[in-house]
Design a protein around this ligand. Structure first.
Ligand code: SF4
Ligand code: SF4
Length: 402
């Protein structure tokens, strides 16, 4: 699809003052203080093959990952500049042999650490070692509430049983647990049972996240997109459970952009509240930002500090604030509420990250894209393309009958 709106003006050749750049653009926003929490994507390696994985289509190989010493330096620097929490993620962070050492280092420099994991590589001894090293919280992703659907979505046999086992160990070791359930057309019918499963596992929190469609999920959109009816049913189930389980289980809920009239305030706004560090050390405004071609992201391996990258780098200032916005965003009352939605989604669906997110009903492209998604939701495509290092593998014919 060709872009229909104009690019923002180019940055000065040598950006050295983030605020000056934004003022030059007529932005009403300022640069922001370092976020309190940062996501460290330690690796893209993962034994699972989820068709909605938020990692980029081109995954980074182990040979280019930051070394243990480089990650330790990053953790120390983050603590020094005021970050309080580190989320160890991936890929599958437990695929890194040095995870206990990194968690210990995070504890030593005063960071609160959270492990976001598929859990299937963990043993009880390793989880105990992580707890001993100061790990503060565990978040386990589930693909369903029973093995038939869950293992098929994960593309890995016996994954669900293993996750349940690790969730029990987590609570036995007195670590707080969050259950993360990514929902789509092929598992939404299990939502009520997933909520009960989270209660039985003694989780503190359940994140019910509908798939967001870029990267691998966009490649699999026809097999994943829920129907409007499913979303209405889901919202009712979640709202009833939130009331019923108040004080027992906190439930967070994210509806898919395609069924909202306004887009989500993606990452709290580009460069306002969040950054993550990729396996090779790139500092990114969101975990999908590398899907946007034509943006250069600075690396912790380069000459600049993380604080400088956050404040001054071209990639962070490109879509920061409001000065870059085209119409209809520029004259819209919501522009400082949703900051124009998601840049990755705008790029994925319109070919230009500087366009209004087409999830917004005011976008000139909304109707056309929404209609296509609606048609896909009522179609009969169910075969996944599994996420892997070779660019994706179609699900075998017999797997869909499992
Ligand atoms: S979404 Fe699935 S495949 Fe992607 S990193 Fe997480 S567990 Fe692995
Ligand atoms: S037009 Fe832009 S600012 Fe207004 S609601 Fe839509 S995305 Fe948000």
């Amino acid at each position: 699809m060709s872009p229909i709106l104009t690019d923002p003006p180019p940055l000065a050749a040598d950006p050295s003052d983030g605020v000056a750049i934004l003022e030059q653009r007529g932005s009403t926003a300022e640069t922001f203080g370092i976020p309190l929490a940062v996501l460290a994507e330690l690796t893209h390696r993962c034994p699972l093959q989820c068709p909605y994985c938020s990692n980029p289509l081109e995954l980074e190989r182990a040979s280019s990952e930051l070394t243990t010493a480089e990650w330790k330096k990053v953790l120390s620097e983050l603590a020094e500049i005021g970050v309080l929490q580190i989320h160890f993620s991936g890929g599958e962070p437990t695929a890194r042999k040095d995870l206990v050492e990194l968690v210990q280092h995070a504890s030593d420099v005063g960071l609160y650490s959270n492990l976001i994991t598929s859990a299937v590589l963990l043993t009880r001894d390793r989880l105990a070692a992580l707890a001993e090293a100061g790990l503060c919280h565990v978040q386990i992703s589930f693909q369903g509430n029973e093995p038939v659907v869950a293992d098929r979505v994960a593309g890995l046999k016996d994954a669900h049983r293993k996750k349940i086992e690790v969730a029990h160990w987590t609570r036995e070791l007195d670590l707080p647990l969050t259950v993360n359930a990514v929902m789509h057309r092929q598992n939404l019918h299990q939502l009520g049972d997933i909520i009960e499963m989270a209660v039985e596992l003694d989780a503190d929190r359940l994140e019910v996240a509908n798939v967001q469609y870029y990267g691998w999920a966009l490649k699999n959109r026809a097999a994943l997109m829920p129907t409007l009816q499913q979303i209405e049913d889901t919202t009712a189930i979640v709202e009833a459970a939130q009331k019923r389980l108040k004080g027992i289980l906190a439930i967070d809920y994210v509806i898919p952009d395609y069924y909202a009239l306004r887009p989500k305030k993606c990452m709290g706004g580009w460069g306002r509240q969040f950054f993550n560090i990729s396996p090779t050390g790139k500092v990114l405004p969101c975990h999908a930002a590398e899907t946007i071609t034509g943006l250069d992201f600075e690396s912790v391996r380069g000459n600049h500090s993380i604080a400088w990258i956050w404040q001054n780098s071209e990639a962070f200032n490109r879509y920061r604030g409001t000065g870059w916005m085209p119409e209809p965003c520029q004259s819209c009352d919501y522009k400082e509420i949703d900051f124009g939605g998601c840049r990755c989604q705008a790029f994925a669906l319109t070919g230009d990250a500087g366009n209004t997110d087409p999830a917004c009903a005011l976008s000139p492209l909304h109707e056309q894209i929404f209609k296509l998604a609606e048609t896909e939701a009522s179609g009969d495509t169910s075969r996944f393309i599994y996420r892997n290092f070779s660019g994706g593998t179609p699900e075998p014919d017999d797997a869909q009958d499992a």
